[in-house]
Write a protein that binds this ligand. Structure first.
Ligand SMILES: Cc1cc2nc3c(=O)[nH]c(=O)nc-3n(C[C@H](O)[C@H](O)[C@H](O)COP(=O)(O)O)c2cc1C
Length: 164
């Protein structure tokens, strides 16, 4: 048997970026979660994936959603990550929203965005794995430093050894 505490610790050694993933619930209200499980899958067709905790308040909304939008956070957007990592119904207060594919809420000010159609759902144990096909993307004009997450903490890119 794998010790869950050790497993969590070992998983935490894998450094990731941080995203906020949004959709709408059955009543049309915006919902969103902070997710570091996002990853790229395929260029052709363009596919991405992420996994959602079955206990998340937004679980039903994402499991039923036909579209979702992935927002890749920059280093200066840590507070946005914290906000969407809390189980709350008021995560979107004071944010400017735009309309994405399928009416999903797109957060203004986030520069790298993948607007996706839900393609496949897979059982992932205590998580649900969602695979999305990218229908539209937004790229930043200048590349901001990404927000990173490792060992249960935010992190930032260190300059490469030998880099100017
Ligand atoms: C950096 C970071 C990454 C996270 N990644 C995920 C993830 O990939 N999947 C997930 O289900 N929850 C993840 N969480 C936890 C959710 O953001 C958190 O449980 C949130 O409250 C879920 O929102 P909801 O309950 O309103 O749906 C992460 C939290 C943080 C701080």
């Amino acid at each position: 048997m794998i010790d869950t505490r050790l497993l969590r610790q070992a998983f935490g050694q894998f450094a990731t970026g941080v995203t906020i993933i949004t959709t709408r619930d059955g009543e049309g209200r915006p919902v969103g979660v902070t997710a570091s499980s996002f990853n790229t899958v395929s260029l052709s067709p363009p596919l991405v994936l992420w996994s959602l905790d079955r206990r998340a308040l937004s679980f039903e909304s994402f499991a039923k959603a036909r579209h979702f939008a992935v927002h890749v956070l920059a280093a200066h957007q840590r507070s946005l990550s914290d906000r969407f990592a809390q189980a709350s119904t008021d995560k979107f207060a004071s944010l400017t929203l735009e309309e994405g594919f399928g009416g999903v809420p797109v957060i203004a000010g986030v520069e790298t965005i993948f607007e996706c159609q839900t393609k496949h759902l897979y059982d992932g144990g205590d998580h649900l794995i969602l695979v999305g096909q990218v229908l539209r993307l937004s790229l930043p004009a200048a590349s901001p430093a990404p927000l990173l997450f490792c060992r249960g903490r935010y992190a930032s890119i260190a300059a490469e050894p030998g880099a100017a």
